[in-house]
Design a protein around this ligand. Sequence first.
Ligand code: FRU
Length: 490
Amino acid sequence: MEWTKEARYRELEDVTKEELTALEKIVNECPWRQTYHIQPITGLLNDPNGFSYYNGEYHLFYQWFPLGPVHGLKHWYHTKSKDLVHWENIGVAIKPSNQFDSHGVYSGSAIEHEGNLFLIYTGNTRNEKWERFPYQCLAVMDQNGKVTKMDKPIVNEVPKGYTDHFRDPKVWKQDGHYYAIIGAQKESGTGCVVLYRSSDLKEWIFAGEIDTGLKDFGYMWECPDYFELGGQGILLFSPQGLESKGDHFQNIYQSGYVIGSPIDLQKKQLIHGEFQELDRGFDFYAPQTMNDPQGRRILVGWMGLPEIDYPTDRNGWAHCLTLPRELLVREGKLYQKPVKELENLRGEKSEAEITVKNEFVSINGFSGEAYELFAEFSEITAQEFGIEVRVGEHEKTIIKYDSNEKKVIFDRSHSGQSVGKDFGDIRKCRLDAKTVTFQVFVDISSVEVFVNNGEEVLTGRIFPQQNSRGIQFFAVGGQTNLKAMKWNIL
Ligand code: FRU
């Protein structure tokens, strides 16, 4: 079907039950539905929103266009979980309904206040000339999950000097005050973040732009997030418009962070090192973090990117969220580890300990479509070694290490139906290590690789045939010891 403006901005109320059921049927016939990732029942999912712990449960909302695999009228869809692993679909939490969010309930965040969960988001509106007017809005969710929108926006205009690309508030509490950062574009056409301050989450004061020293770093910064961890200040954001540089910035848009001393909220200044990408794979954008009751900083990202077609589009849906990752700071760098609770998914186990020498080997019990795989390579003399997953007659997805280049390589050039070909189908990142471990989460249409305890992470959607279920281990130009463990999931 053709996605006209009318089709993209149709209200959910105007859609019949039959139409939705028919949509769901097509979606459920898709061979690439995931089994343990958050994915939309129909339509398109993008950014994670309002990630929080409230009333004894984790809450994770996401950007949702229900009617097809395109960007249209966005809602906040609500999911919740007791363990970060088993998620329950709750339904639409915030829908576009008034003059402050008529063209989309855009991204934002959540914070607990006076027994309720405050949801702060960007209301996207457009006039007849299709000019955009963003508002920052507040909705309050009570203990019964009932969401009530406030009558008026909490920020009703874009401050002077910025364009209508002004969105995605992330709120936090510090020293008895509330702060929010918003992703913005300056009139000069460069991206930045601005700071707001509040004492009650309802009245907000524009405090000004944050001086990050990054004066010309892309044309828009989407979905900013700020937090402190290990005594450091960390600003996450998703800059658009960076040119690729060697192995870096290979995707259409990037997502990463700067880390340094904690933000100076008076001076609105953040002194930090270089921008580092969070994920060195293919499909990762607009992540959001939360602090949980155990004191962990946990991140979830959108496993997708804007403006790229995916093979699931044909079945009326697109994208999923990444698995939750715990963040840790080590030597000026964020390490990302799959949250411990993911062990709850582990089913039947296979294990092996062998030497792999100038060969490709498959091991009994090592195959499947949805599983966790852990492989440790040590005593390495091989020039190249690694794993192939979802191997079929003509398909394979390769995760390997090149000892000469000292690089981890993720190759999806033979993974099945292609995606984002214009941006290449190989990703590489540097890793200097004597022992290499890959902890890999494979689902029906995705691979998430955590390298050496989360020093690097590489994420990618793949679209292989159902019967491509093989796993192979290999070493070329020498040998390596291999310790491997695999757990079926579901
Ligand atoms: C990032 C983004 C946000 C915006 C949302 C709209 O993917 O463009 O900046 O709030 O998606 O769906």
